[in-house]
Design a protein around this ligand. Structure first.
Ligand SMILES: [Ca+2]
Length: 492
């Protein structure tokens, strides 16, 4: 009797554990989500998720670049600990990750979509992932059964595979599913259903689209991600023929859309500011078209959960691997510790736990997700994970001892876009950045200068703050064991 009661209790407990769906995108800046106040697009399905859950107004990454961000999320450890400091490394899949721990605790785990870590996924019952970056159209995907070529738009295919996996599963275990889109990563190739969106509209420009950085730091002047100078006209701005990866039907639609607009460019040959404006419109519309397909995907997954009675016991999280410059600071791309790329969107719907439509301004970081997922599932997090579980915040409390400082470290130099190695700390008011290979510093007052235009580091008025921030940097480097190397070579 006792045994069967205990077994029944165990089953009830197992059933009560929530499912987790982690919807993850690549390069989706929070300022291209209307729930975050976007002035350039509408994302009704992401807004619906925010209406049902909690939106983190201050969510950040530790290292604003694609594969390293993924490694941080899987391990709950900074890049220098998990060994994936820069793109191109091969992820050590033998190390501890949160999906492995969930699996040991009775969860069924799956990842579908972009993986980008070079080694095969480990810790998953099922995976079906793009090879490397993967294309926007007709991707080859790899599963435990081998590689398979698909026809169609990659955002649609990843969504369909996600829903198919949910539909086919027979296990009574709770599940943790990662649906990871390629979109809206460069080269921003729109899907067939949104390729004509925004036509005839003028998307608002950011206030610093024409920034040249001439009297500012050397690297920012010389990096290779400016709207002004660094687009590839063929792939980024779609001048010329359709990409060869498209089939005949897809190419026909592509050429119908881009052909007449390319003819306008060839006739008018805009120059100077007019050219920058034209390139910005061309870029941002394609970026937003890709976002629109992602937003549709979020809606389709949420609809599926509701229609199949899964919505009440499934946590849905939306996040991106980092932010992005949408013409902000005169740029596209990411990498810098500046706000547009250090930030990422983070929205969590946890039915019965998060208050619908709530927001928090506490600082969260992608480093926190592994421990958050484990606590959601009732599993213990290992002591060597370096983040903070967001569960208390999701439950509605604002812990007094919540972190006041974020640590950041970017490594990928020299490399594409030529953004220097740097590290730094951010508080809710100030940001200190250290370019340790040239011993240069920047200090920004985020309250009075949110777009980081005035470097206060050498200003005597701010020397006390600079000193305090250096102390914080030293303390964070010790805390996260990143205190041996050139990034720690400074005196406070
Ligand atoms: Ca990315």
């Amino acid at each position: 009797m006792l045994t069967s009661l205990a077994a029944a209790a165990a089953i009830t407990g197992a059933q009560a554990r929530p499912n987790i769906i982690f919807i993850f995108t690549d390069d989706h800046a929070s300022h291209a989500i209307s729930a975050y106040g976007s002035v350039i697009n509408q994302t009704p399905h992401l807004d619906r998720l925010a209406d049902d859950g909690m939106l983190f107004e201050n969510a950040f990454v530790t290292n604003s670049i694609c594969a390293p961000s993924r490694a941080v999320i899987l391990t709950g450890k900074h890049s220098h600990i998990n060994g994936h400091e820069r793109n191109g490394r091969i992820f050590n899949g033998a190390q501890q990750t949160f999906p492995k721990i969930l699996r040991k605790n009775g969860y069924e785990t799956a990842v579908i979509g972009k993986w980008h870590l070079r080694s095969d996924p480990t810790g998953f019952d099922h995976y079906d992932v793009l090879l490397g970056q993967g294309p926007y159209y007709n991707p080859v995907m790899k599963s435990k059964e081998g590689q398979k070529k698909h026809t169609g738009y990659t955002t649609h295919i990843i969504t369909e595979k996600t829903i198919d996996w949910l539909d086919a599963r027979e296990s009574d275990k709770p599940f943790m599913l990662m649906m990871q889109h390629k979109a809206p990563h460069r080269e921003w190739e729109p899907g067939p259903d949104h390729i004509g969106k925004f036509e005839g509209e003028t998307i608002p420009e950011p206030p610093d689209l024409f920034e040249t950085w001439e009297d500012r730091n050397f690297y920012a002047v010389n990096n290779e991600m400016s709207i002004r100078k660094h687009f590839r006209m063929w792939r980024d701005l779609k001048l010329g023929e359709a990409p060869p990866s498209l089939n005949e039907e897809q190419a026909k639609l592509w050429n119908q859309h881009y052909g007449p607009r390319n003819a306008w460019y060839e006739t008018h040959k805009p120059q100077g500011d007019e050219l920058i404006r034209w390139m910005y419109q061309r870029y941002i519309k394609d970026y937003l078209r890709c976002v629109q397909s992602v937003d549709d995907s979020v809606g389709q997954v949420m609809d599926y959960l509701e229609e199949n009675g899964l919505d009440e016991n499934t946590i849905v999280i939306y996040n991106s691997d980092q932010g992005f410059y949408l013409g902000d600071y005169g740029w596209y791309d990411k990498r810098w510790m500046y706000e547009p790329s250090m930030r990422s969107p983070l929205i969590v719907k946890w039915p019965g736990v998060t208050e619908a439509g709530s927001r928090t301004d506490l600082m969260a970081q992608n480093l926190d997700l592994a421990q958050t997922f484990l606590e959601m599932a009732g599993a213990d997090a290992p002591n060597d994970m370096q983040g903070e579980s967001l569960v208390p915040v999701l439950r509605g409390s604002e812990p007094d001892d919540w972190r006041g400082t974020l640590y950041y470290h970017y490594y990928e130099y020299p490399a594409v876009h030529m953004v220097p190695k740097h590290c730094g700390v951010r508080t809710d008011r100030f940001k200190l950045i250290f370019y340790y290979e040239s011993n240069e510093w920047e200090l920004y007052d985020l309250k009075n200068d949110p777009r980081e235009k005035t470097n206060l580091y050498a200003d005597p008025t701010w020397s006390g703050i600079a000193q305090n921030m250096k102390r914080l940097l030293k303390a964070e480097q010790i805390k996260y064991e990143d205190h041996k190397g050139p990034q720690a070579n400074f005196v406070v």
